[in-house]
Design a protein around this ligand. Sequence first.
Ligand code: NAI
Ligand code: SF4
Length: 441
Amino acid sequence: MSKKLLLKDAHIEGIRYFETYRKQGGYTAAEKALKMTPDEILEEVKASGLRGRGGAGFPTGMKWSFLAKPEGVPRHLVVNADESEPGTFKDRYLMEFLPHVLIEGMLISSFCLGSNVSYIYIRGEYSWIPDILEEAIEEAKAAGFLGKNILGTGFDCEIYVQRGGGAYICGEETALLESLEGKRGNPRLKPPFPAVKGLWERPTVVNNVESIAAVVPIIDIGGAEYAKIGVGRSTGTKLISACGNINKPGVYEIDMTITVEEFIYSDEYCGGIPNGKRLKACIPGGSSVPIVPANLLLKTVNGEPRYMNYESLADGGFATGTMMGSGGFIVLDEDQCVVEHTMTLARFYNHESCGQCTPCREGTGWMYKILKKIENGQGKMEDIDLLWDIQRKIEGNTICPLGDAAAWPVAAAIRHFRDEFEWHVKKPELCLTQNYGLANY
Ligand code: NAI
Ligand code: SF4
């Protein structure tokens, strides 16, 4: 059974409220941290090996250490709660049921980074959650854990919640900062990174909800102990939101030592595939990461079992591996149509492109049109090669990763399921009447 750090108290009634959270030991990590120096906290976070939980997996301690500290310029912590990656809903769970873990993590992180004004930028569709967060902030403030001179340390910290307008692109950190400044959420060119020039051109750390929440157990048990959980550079625990063709969709906390097979089939997690269907493929890290067929999902290219961690999922590189990404685990059974699935994603990325770069603006729409044609039985064999060519021209040629995110699913689908694309072209009459997967070959 995986160790629980973030969700260990999730089952306790009333844990959403300060009084219950405090009774369970809440805010003791904050009390401990406020007696440490910011540098000592930073060392703990570095020692923990925590990697960004939003998708990129960038080491959090390293990101914090990049924060510029020019004299007299305010610094900010911004929590990225714009969780919009299809298949990803683990931050929603944390904020809805354990808001004080996030607020406590923000207090510790703000103290470490020297941020007196910190923000939570939350996606517009999570319309009921800002009220929960604002209530938690008020409770923490009333108990002296936010506001002026927190616990008599002389440290002041305010947290504000900003609602997004529902654009996926505002989850990209620089688009998020533009939006927070009241502008259209267009991504900025990097560098400069937000750590140097972020919100209102001030040094800013942008971190995912789960990353900041993880700071609480790190301070609680110490960075070195946290690093002992998991394996290799996949330290600590990770929240996975599981959905698709599984018996038990939901949010699970894993310690990154379990295999993909165990995660899908064990009753502790997804509980297998409904109606005894066969596993066809999986997208393990949210819609942007490459789809993996069952044979490569259950073992790596080296024949080892594939584990639910950063290194194992990426084994084989982009040619055969995939990514941990945001932990949005989507399972497809044998009846699912990869072409239809890829088309749906292409439509999504086309709709969400901000339109700044030509390869993304034009390429995503073009890919969607071709995929729609193939899915509707009007495709030609050369369309498959054209699709391949377009995604190659998008990848790596855009301002922000949305371009890559649109290209990778198409590339992986063609790489692993080319026969299914060809089948759509060769037997178009069947495309219009039924979905088909491995079972139909
Ligand atoms: P990235 O790799 O460009 O950056 C990761 C983080 O490290 C950023 O905060 C960046 O500012 C920082 N960083 C990197 N190099 C730095 C340097 N030299 N100095 C200072 N800071 C530095 O990736 P990005 O664009 O932040 O995220 C892309 C990922 O987001 C994708 O892998 C995707 O899986 C995920 N994603 C997650 C979504 C969600 O809903 N959770 C939605 C869409 C994408
Ligand atoms: Fe906008 Fe797409 Fe360019 Fe990102 S890659 S800046 S979403 S056009």
